[in-house]
Design a binder for this molecule. Sequence first.
Ligand SMILES: [Zn+2]
Length: 445
Amino acid sequence: MILKNGLVLIENRIEPLDIEILQGKISRIGKNLIGPEEIDISGKYVAPGAIDPHTHFNIDVGVLSCDDFESGSIAAACGGTTTIIDHPGFGPSGCSLMYMPEKYLKYGERSYIDYGLHGVAQEFNINTYGELRALKSMGINSFKVYLTYTYKQDDKSLLEFFALAKELNMVVAVHCENHEAIEHLRNRFKRENKLSPIYHSYSRPGDVEAEGISRVVRLAKVVEYDKLYLVHVSSKEALREISILRKDGCKFFVETCTQYLYLDNRNYLLEDGVKYILSPPLREREDIKILWEGIKKGEIDTIGTDHCSFYLEDKNRGKEDFTLCPNGIPGVEERNLILFSEVLNGKLSVEKYINLVALNSAKIFKMDGQKGSIEVGKDGDLVVFTPENWTLTDDMVHSKCGYSVFNGKRLSCRVDKTILRGKIIVDEGCFVGQNPEGRFIKGEN
Ligand SMILES: [Zn+2]
């Protein structure tokens, strides 16, 4: 296959070029390429297939999320995402670190796009070292620890996990929110009967996140571990902390998510405010401004989605009491459409866009030998965008939940084609994948 005359995003520029894909790999990039199957895409843009480093397909949080690897990967593909790295939920108490990833490898057989997996830490114990090694030999280079929820880690366990991750050269992803502070506020709001959706955001203020970040990053520094990955950073307090920590010589990676760059907590006051309940919560307009400044300054490495979708009827369990609402929102499809629109609008440079939606995730999670940019020898994972102004609506998204938290957003592009290892799986904006041919991508060593 040769894509002819596309406007190709390479490094820091957009250049009219042809791209040839042979046997799933990009084989040539140049001008006037000739071959048997030529597709003319004049006037359209070609970007690397996006990588979403943070999704939750098939997750069970007491309520089952509505997107599995099938519907989730179709939604991702329709937004030009060709690889996701999924975070499995917690397994049964006492299960090994391989238990959930093994289960998810089965789920992944239904994926239409490529996928990697993160591990998930529960209890630190005598078996942990061996299990982390086993995880790594499965091709999983990262695992997540939580500072809140059932399997929150205390400082002692965090230090142990970081020390082992250092030895095994693994990435530790951390959900940073101070558990006790959240519990304190939730209990107070319960006592005062303040249970409408806005109190969800008041129960998890930015200080709760900033405290968690400061603690884990400094603990990591104590054991000279420099591969921490802070998931879904959302607040101005966190960003300020991050810049101080970096000045103090701490090394770590920072992820934010699309919703924190566009949506604020006024959404919780809407009639359907319960739809927007996720953790960390949506913040103020000021936080959005600070996050974009963080992107400009290079403080943020990746933009993921934390896609964790629920049917509205399940979200509505929290309508009268936010503590009963399953946390999470959809977004795996919208992210790349929104962010490539920002390239066309001049808000994001080509280089930043490629780094934030694809290349940095590939590098951090060690799949950049195959993924993340348009280069000869890498997988033929591409997205072809048509420039066009339109308004996103609920009925256009492919998540089974049937709504978008970005309903009404103006966009400047549409996905024309999504190509996974040389196969067209979205064509003229329609999903055309025949079989779930997504592969499990092992992290390189
Ligand atoms: Zn998450």
